[in-house]
Ligand binder design. Structure first.
Ligand SMILES: [Zn+2]
Length: 327
């Protein structure tokens, strides 16, 4: 029976390190991953996320690994985030939202960035767009700052939350600048989600009233053991966890795995729910685009998007991954 174990009695001995992710440890929980680039992931990932309890996600617009050469590439990408990718997600029972923005790297191509800025208002008001993002700094150049400010203005005008990518290099200064500029542009810190935090940045982000998001990446940024320590130290208010899984080495199950680790290490059920589900909804629901009643809708894999389905000729809608036979 679901929820037969209690959080006061974790399923592992408290000093044991789980070698493998035991999905049963989180089977009673539901998760919201507020930063995951599903365009770069496979149907297996969608299935694994659904099996682990991910009921909804946000896919921020980002850099695709190589620079785009023209405006139409941006247009088609943004269209896919509100179109095909949302449909693909629905085929696994996961509610898909997105944020739309010009990423920091490509802000450095100013000629193209100018054109993208003209395009953004055509997308940010669409249904299911829950913010402007991910925007901010990469190399902290003047061009990045220019388009970060312009997009903050756009978010303010549209009354949308902002999802801020903080730089990997010179992170502390980049995070401080990101917050300073958001305030200078007149944004309420409660509408700004500062992403990719670490131990060095979290205190100031929370003290200044912003949301602090943490990306759990294997081998870099934040591991989930470090995340457990942060929640022990700072609590769960205005903190959220994401996978930021993309085309690089990353883990689309980072949110449920971190919940399992937190449970094992004595974090309360209420705090786990806040950082892996509720806080992200509260922050991004300021867009007025999120309704929990839309989560967990029935899967209809016979459905089509613009005449196209996820099924290939003769395929059955579900495949048993545990079977050795692939039929
Ligand atoms: Zn990202």
């Amino acid at each position: 029976m679901c929820c037969s174990h209690s959080f006061e009695n974790p399923p592992y001995p408290s000093d044991a390190k789980p070698e493998t992710f035991d999905i049963s440890a989180v089977k009673c929980m539901k998760f919201f991953d507020p930063h995951v680039h599903m365009t770069s992931r496979t149907t297996d990932d969608y299935q694994a996320m659904a099996d682990a309890g991910v009921v909804a996600l946000i896919e921020p617009a980002f850099w695709l690994g190589q620079p785009r050469t023209g405006l139409d590439s941006f247009r088609d990408y943004y269209s896919s985030l509100i179109g095909w990718e949302r449909f693909r997600s629905s085929q696994f029972g996961i509610k898909h939202y997105c944020t739309i923005g010009l990423n920091s790297r490509e802000a450095n191509n100013e000629a193209l960035a100018e054109q993208v800025m003209e395009l953004l208002p055509l997308f940010i008001y669409k249904e299911g767009v829950v913010g402007v993002g991910e925007i901010g700094f990469d190399d902290q150049t003047a061009a990045e700052e220019k388009y970060y400010r312009a997009q903050l203005d756009l978010a303010k005008e549209a009354s949308l939350p902002v999802q801020v990518h903080t730089p990997h290099r010179d992170k502390k200064r980049g995070t401080q600048r990101s917050m300073d500029i958001a305030l200078e542009q007149g944004l309420d810190p409660y509408s700004v989600i500062i992403d990719h935090n670490n131990e060095e940045t979290v205190k100031e982000v929370l003290d200044r009233g912003f949301w602090a998001a943490f990306t759990i990446y294997p081998f870099t940024k934040m591991g989930n053991q470090r995340m457990v320590e942060i929640v022990k130290q700072y609590g769960s208010e205005r903190i959220m966890i994401n996978s930021a899984a993309d085309w690089g080495i990353s883990d689309p199950l980072a949110v449920p795995k971190t919940a399992a680790l937190m449970q094992q290490q004595g974090i309360s059920k209420a705090d786990i729910e806040l950082v892996t589900y509720r806080n992200a909804i509260t922050a991004f629901a300021q867009s007025r685009q999120i309704d929990e009643a839309d989560f967990g809708v029935n899967i209809d894999q016979s459905a089509k998007f613009a005449g196209n389905s996820i099924l290939r000729g003769g395929q059955q809608p579900r495949i048993d991954k545990s079977s050795i036979i692939i039929s």
